[in-house]
Write a protein that binds this ligand. Structure first.
Ligand SMILES: *Cc1c(COP(=O)(O)O)cnc(C)c1O
Length: 398
């Protein structure tokens, strides 16, 4: 197929007539049982059960096949496995490539449930985890053991937003035949091309920007030729399957991903630059700003940013943060992100979630997801929030 411009692929990806049956969108095909016309038909289906063909509901229907094709066209790789959420995609990708006695390298800034998975489930299985500084670079070599089977990256990291030097880390891992996995959720399938940067398996919490409307949980893991057969087979054996209704909504979200991200990016940059000038803010951790660790890798490797970033405050305490957060009008409080709406949360001690390298931050952190509202309304909301925040701190000082 001829290479299309990205915005064109976002519109056309996965819309083969084989899946859509001439409708614009693939129908929502719900199925457990697939029925066959003859013994020969049934045997043929079994013989090509690894292809995208109707076999049994757990293997997917046309709705799933269309979405899988679309993800591969946009993100790259040769195949895409679907999971009921991003966390399932991460745990299944790792479980598909480790056995008892193995060792994995996990980035220190991984999503909190990813760390918990390593500390609890992998540990109980006899798989050892070493957390590494996201900025480790060539130093990664010193952490590799003879039994290291997986290198896991998340770029940018959760909350602290360090952007990793993915090609360098992947090259070092590949020298030892280690499988390289990336949580690519922040970039979505369009702002970072994992397979062009040495990644073997790229995971998405499609729950976030792919779905884009805060109403579906879904995960994907896209793999290159080296890893696809093993990932697909193991995920199938672990019973991973997804509802065609959810996949349909993800496919629908995908069609506006390009325009949504451009608007999230524009709005978030406006808010981030405003925040960077505030007295209350020590520094902003937005990959597109030089104050973010790994900004140089963002500039080199990414096509754009989005609505999610963090900042470190100069000072603050629980009461002042509560006053700020409880009074917000346009920002809601919530753990997720990637929908059309703005979200805020505070993290008072990020070092509870860091073991390889502790952060020496001036004060607590805020994480913002800037939605599609008018950014001037969001700025006014934050300005009033800082007034409440300062009122508590100034009262204490008197
Ligand atoms: C939300 C998130 C996940 C997990 O996705 P779920 O669908 O909520 O399970 C994984 N990685 C990152 C970076 C996330 O933000």
């Amino acid at each position: 197929m001829e290479k299309k411009a990205l915005d064109t692929s976002i519109v056309t990806a996965g819309r083969s007539k084989k899946w859509t049956q001439k409708l614009v969108n693939p129908p929502v095909s719900r199925a457990s049982t697939i029925v066959f016309d003859s013994v020969a038909d049934m045997k043929e289906s079994a013989s090509k059960r690894m292809d995208k063909s109707l076999f049994y509901g757990r293997r997917g229907t046309n709705t799933h096949f269309a979405f899988q094709d679309a993800m591969v066209e946009l993100e790259g790789g040769v195949g895409c496995a679907l999971y009921p959420c991003g966390t399932a995609a991460i745990s299944n990708a790792i479980l598909s490539f480790v056995k008892t006695g193995d060792h994995i390298l996990m980035v220190d800034g991984a999503y909190e449930p990813t760390r918990d998975f390593c500390d609890k489930i992998l540990k109980n299985m006899g798989v050892e985890t070493t957390y590494y500084d996201p900025m480790i670079g060539e130093g990664l070599r010193d952490l590799i053991q003879p039994n290291t089977s997986v290198l896991f990256l998340e770029s940018p990291c959760s909350i602290t937003m360090e952007v990793q030097d993915v090609p360098t880390l992947a090259r070092i891992a590949h020298e030892q035949d280690i499988v390289v996995m990336l949580d690519n959720t922040w970039a979505s399938p369009i702002n970072f091309q994992p397979f062009e940067h040495g990644v073997d398996i790229s995971v998405q919490a499609a729950t976030k920007y792919v779905v884009g409307h805060s109403d579906v949980m879904l995960g994907t893991a896209t793999a290159n030729a080296r890893c696809w057969d093993q990932l697909r087979e193991n995920s199938y054996l672990m019973g991973q399957c997804t509802s065609p209704d959810d996949v349909y909504l993800a496919m629908r979200g995908l069609r506006t991903l390009g325009v949504r991200l451009k608007q999230h990016e524009k709005n978030a940059l406006r808010v981030a630059h405003w925040l960077a000038e505030r007295d209350e803010v020590d520094h902003v951790r937005h990959p597109a700003l030089p104050s973010c660790e790994g900004h140089e890798f963002f500039k080199r490797d990414f096509k754009g940013s989005n609505g999610l970033f963090s900042l470190v405050l100069n000072r603050g305490n629980t009461e002042a943060l509560t006053a700020l957060l409880d009074g917000m009008e346009h920002f809601s409080m919530g753990y997720s992100w990637g929908g059309f709406e703005s979200l805020i949360l505070a993290n008072e001690n990020i070092n509870n979630l860091r073991t390889a390298k502790k952060k020496d931050f001036a004060g607590p952190m805020l994480r913002l997801h800037i939605g599609l509202e008018d950014p001037e309304d969001l700025i006014r909301d934050l300005e009033l929030g800082f007034e409440r925040f300062n009122a508590v701190l100034n009262r204490d000082e008197r």
